[in-house]
Design a protein around this ligand. Structure first.
Ligand SMILES: NC(=O)c1ccc[n+]([C@@H]2O[C@H](COP(=O)([O-])OP(=O)(O)OC[C@H]3O[C@@H](n4cnc5c(N)ncnc54)[C@H](OP(=O)(O)O)[C@@H]3O)[C@@H](O)[C@H]2O)c1
Length: 308
């Protein structure tokens, strides 16, 4: 089983890409080369990228992709090329999120379609015979989940300035507001290093990790404890959440996917029978207390661009 020693990161300037690169650099003694591929134009301008990738390909044995949501399906071209490049043995596609094969309902969820297409190409096209792959499944980024969501606070919102929260899901009953498994971005970085260290536990499968599991109410309680204030709280029922989601898709809202994901998380679809934390050596994880403390110090937007 070949170990990953020469790593090329694509999308290394993005929200999660820069954290992944940081984690790899923190473990750089374990690797021979860590390179990044960044195109000024983005993966859409794939001809340039592919030429460049070709030129650099022989230098690397592993591709870590962290391309953004709108470029997910472009990875099929990259995988095709990686499969033809004898030095490359492993491709980690851009996932780092919700389990897109959680149950039968996952297959029809709109935000999952491009990632499913990539998985399908890797697993079922018959075109990939040599490359190993791992889907790193983290659930929501805990840091963002605990943030404010200005564009649509009803989808879940923690405002550390006004001490107000809107909790997505009914008031803690079985239909919503229940526990959500989430991972801090720093732990996603550590998990990536763990995946590369442990191909025996990671090759050709989904590796599911969590930093912790908590309910929106538990998150609120931690905010109240750390701020020493009683927060103003309201709830968005599952019914309302579904309506917000439908309206967002109908209006072609640029981040409709986020609304669907929030509904999926509130439905309990981040709770796995078991995680692979231990199998990849992710034994010490960040905590809810740390995330809340960090968000009080530097309020985070619940959507990665910071604009919404
Ligand atoms: N679990 C969660 O809560 C959560 C949150 C956010 C993201 N994610 C997942 O993390 C992965 C990466 O997302 P991200 O938010 O980190 O990505 P991002 O910041 O939007 O973009 C990452 C990089 O992708 C490259 N890119 C090129 N063409 C692009 C295009 N047309 N559209 C978007 N990106 C393009 C760019 O790299 P260069 O400029 O270097 O070429 C960009 O810096 C995705 O799979 C996403 O679903 C998960």
């Amino acid at each position: 089983m070949s170990l990953s020693k020469r790593i090329l990161v694509i999308g290394a300037t993005g929200v999660i890409g820069k954290v992944l690169l940081d984690a790899l650099l923190n473990a750089k003694d374990e690797f021979e080369t860590i390179g990044i591929f960044t195109s000024p134009a983005t993966v859409e301008s794939k001809n340039d990228m592919i030429e460049s990738f070709k030129a650099r390909g022989p230098d690397f044995d592993t591709i870590v992709s962290a391309v953004g949501r709108f470029a997910i399906d472009k990875q099929v071209d990259l995988i095709k090329l990686a499969e033809q490049s004898p030095s490359i043995v492993r491709f980690i596609p851009s996932e780092y999120g919700t389990d897109i094969a959680f149950d039968t309902s996952s297959a029809t969820e709109k935000p999952h379609q491009k990632k499913l297409k990539v998985r399908n190409y890797l697993e079922k096209s018959g075109e990939v015979n040599r490359l190993k792959y791992t889907y790193l499944v983290s659930g929501p980024f805990a840091d963002l989940y605990a943030g404010f969501f200005e564009a649509e606070p009803r989808a879940g919102h923690f405002d550390t300035i006004k001490y107000e929260a809107i909790l997505a899901g009914d008031a803690g009953d079985a239909s919503g507001g229940g526990p959500v498994g989430m991972t801090t971005v720093a732990d996603v970085g550590r998990a990536l290093v763990g995946v590369l260290r442990h191909p025996e536990a990671s090759d050709n499968k989904a590796v599911r990790v969590h930093s912790y599991v908590c309910t929106p109410k538990e998150m609120l309680a931690e905010y109240e404890r750390q701020t020493g204030k009683k927060w103003k709280v309201s709830y968005t029922s599952m019914e309302e959440l579904k309506k917000i989601e439908e309206d967002a898709w109908a209006a072609e809202h640029p981040v409709s996917a986020i609304f669907t994901l929030r509904r999926i998380w509130a439905e309990g679809k981040t709770l796995y029978e078991k995680t692979e934390n231990e199998a990849i050596g992710l034994t010490k994880t960040d905590t809810l207390e740390m995330v809340v403390q960090a968000n009080i110090q530097t309020p985070q937007s619940a959507f990665q661009s910071g604009k919404l």
